[in-house]
Design a protein around this ligand. Structure first.
Ligand code: NDP
Length: 335
């Protein structure tokens, strides 16, 4: 069945509040979850809601945490998410980050002690729509083997980049460091669909196409072999500049139900207008060359198209998810 975007946000928000997210913060998290589903980023959409609920119920994450934002330099922000969600920490820091970028031309944020369980593009697409170039990265609990290693040390560390355009929505790409995100492996497991070769290994380090073998004590592999491992390493360094845990320091295994990663985020904001005029025209010239060379869609285009359709027709929700939301909604109203 199809549910209108705003209605779905309200249902998800209700579930989050019922499980301990501060009512003032729930709309932000609900919007992030629903935005991913709306735009077809299903690995980080509604599928994640049970993980939020489980992490909140287990006490692993604090839905009512109030982040602390500290100025570590003229254009450096250090944010302590205080074991809450990274999006809440980012929202709290955003006015100062924008002011720094407006004043100095660029600004950097690092968040520690935060849980980022979503797609990254919602964090930066609005910034590019305002004219900024933005780059963000997040580290996760150790899930990958890299550089011929045999043990998981680095996370599937995602990164996203957003570039403004002239009278067009920004170009935004957003990708994991692994061949496939953990979320997509979960979707494959739920659908009993084998993985492609080269996505992951089992507990013994042997290549496997079985999603359950990867999820159960196996590991994911970086995209692009050694080079993807190098990017994941860089992200591990940048995302933990503010003192966040490395992926291998994750101790969620001690807490039954802890699904999210307590880790770090890095965000770089640059105002290209500071370098003089013509930036947007040059980006259009670059895109025109790519189009002439045969490029079909740009990263983000498919999301924008899906968004347009979902805003018109609603978001398709499976019967199981609808039943879950209705049941959780009933629990919330009864509480
Ligand atoms: P995908 O492989 O699905 O997509 C990667 C990027 O490539 C997207 O920006 C996509 O744009 C673009 N793209 C795909 N096909 C084309 C094409 N034909 N032409 C041009 N561009 C294209 O991403 P991943 O599976 O690696 O990651 C999925 C999500 O998982 C990300 O949102 C990531 O942030 C999230 N994630 C979050 C984690 C966390 O801890 N919070 C951990 C790991 C991943 P488009 O969107 O338009 O398809």
């Amino acid at each position: 069945m199809k549910i209108a975007v705003a209605k779905l946000q309200s249902l998800v928000g209700q579930v989050l509040v019922h499980h301990g997210v501060a009512p003032a913060r729930a709309p932000l998290l609900a919007t992030t979850v629903v935005a991913a589903e709306r735009d077809g980023s299903r690995s980080h959409g509604l599928q994640r809601l049970a993980g939020y609920v489980s992490s909140l119920s287990s006490g692993w994450v604090d839905g009512a945490a109030e982040p602390i934002v500290h100025e570590a330099g003229p254009s450096l922000l250090k944010v302590d998410a205080r074991n809450g969600f990274a999006q809440v920490a980012l929202a709290e820091a955003m006015p100062r980050l924008r002011a720094m970028a407006a004043g100095h031309g660029s600004a950097v944020l690092t968040t520690a002690n935060g849980h980022h369980f979503a797609a990254l593009w919602p964090d930066i697409e609005p910034l590019a729509a305002e004219g900024y170039v933005a780059l963000t990265m997040v580290n996760t609990r150790a899930r990958m083997v890299v550089w011929q290693g045999t043990r998981k040390v680095l996370g599937t560390n995602p990164m996203a980049f957003a570039c403004p355009r002239k009278a067009q929505p920004p170009v935004v790409w957003d990708q994991a460091s692994s061949v496939m995100s953990q979320g997509d492996v979960l979707l494959a497991s739920a659908a009993k669909r084998p993985l492609s070769e080269g996505v992951g290994v089992d507990a013994t380090g042997k290549a496997t196409t079985d999603p359950d073998a990867v999820l159960k004590d196996g590991a994911l592999l970086p995209f692009g072999g050694i080079k993807g491992g190098s990017l994941a390493f860089m992200i591990e360094v940048l995302a933990t500049l503010g003192g966040a845990r490395f992926g291998f320091e994750d101790d969620s295994g001690k807490i039954p139900g802890a699904v999210t990663s307590n880790a770090g985020q890095f965000l770089l904001l640059i105002d290209p207008r500071r370098f003089g005029g013509g930036f947007l025209d040059r980006i259009e010239a670059l895109i025109e060359q790519l189009r002439d060379a045969g490029t079909g869609r740009l990263p983000g285009d498919l999301r924008y198209e899906r968004r347009r359709i979902a805003e018109r027709d609603g978001i398709e929700v499976s019967p199981d998810m609808h039943e879950y939301l209705t049941r959780k909604g009933r629990d919330a109203s009864a509480a």
